[in-house]
Design a binder for this molecule. Structure first.
Ligand code: 5RP
Length: 227
């Protein structure tokens, strides 16, 4: 019988990025399975004496941080976290698409508030050019109008439906999520600006200001890229 010591690339990236958090820092805690490894690693370090405060980006990260002994705070109390660590659905040239977990609005607020924004992902998320559908958090009242505006920008938006929940996904903020397919996104900055101008979109999942990327590889190594 072979014993498996396979290293999970998401775990490798998440755990290594957690080492960027130093004593007395305030850290933005992203959402998703890769960041979960970072949060659990931070929990272990807290148990060994590290003193930090975490700003959660979702109920998921708040629950996980609390379970792992990480004291939570808010942006009201700590408006400029030292660092934010978060996952991505796709990353290319220090731009990312996020929102696979419907948490991108708070994730973007925390990422933009922080001094440094670190993306953690496995190598399957890396692309030459972004082409993943862009999650849009949308006021339910504006669903049809947003779909029309997305079509005018050359995209096609569909309402994300729940799994183990009938009907649409509802975000932590009480809104719908539309996934908007634009094909290849050659100019993420332009699409960022155009989507930010659409009436009814609370926030979209294009992140154009990534400072550091940790990419976990199948062999257990982690590639670190700094902008
Ligand atoms: C949640 C996100 C996640 O960070 C993104 O979906 C990546 O998730 P995972 O690390 O599970 O692959 O943006 O809204």
């Amino acid at each position: 019988m072979k014993s498996s010591t396979k290293i999970n690339p998401k775990q490798a990236a998440g755990e290594l990025a957690a080492q960027l958090v130093k004593n007395n820092m305030v850290a933005g805690l992203g959402t998703g399975s890769t960041t979960a490894y970072a949060i659990k690693e931070l929990g272990k370090r807290v148990a060994s004496g590290l003193k930090i405060l975490g700003v959660p980006t979702s109920y998921q990260s708040a629950f996980l941080a609390a379970e792992n002994g990480i004291q939570l705070t808010t942006l009201d109390e700590h408006p400029v976290p030292d660092i934010a660590i978060d996952g991505a659905d796709q990353v290319a040239n220090f731009a990312a698409i996020k929102g696979g977990g419907a948490a991108h609005t708070r994730e973007k607020i925390v990422a933009q508030s922080a001094k440094k924004f670190v993306v953690v992902a496995d190598e399957s998320k890396v692309a030459e050019v972004l082409n993943h559908p862009v999650p849009l958090e949308v006021l339910p009242f504006a669903r049809k109008l947003v779909a029309k505006q997305v079509a005018e920008l050359g995209g096609k938006a569909v309402v994300r439906m729940g799994i183990n929940k009938d009907g649409p996904v509802i975000s932590d903020n009480g809104n719908f999520i539309l996934d908007a397919d634009f094909g290849e996104i050659k100019d993420p900055e332009s699409l960022d600006k155009e989507l930010s101008q659409c009436t009814g979109i609370v926030e979209h999942g294009i992140f154009t200001k990534v400072d550091v990327v940790y990419i976990g590889k199948k062999d257990g190594s982690v590639e670190i890229m700094e902008s």
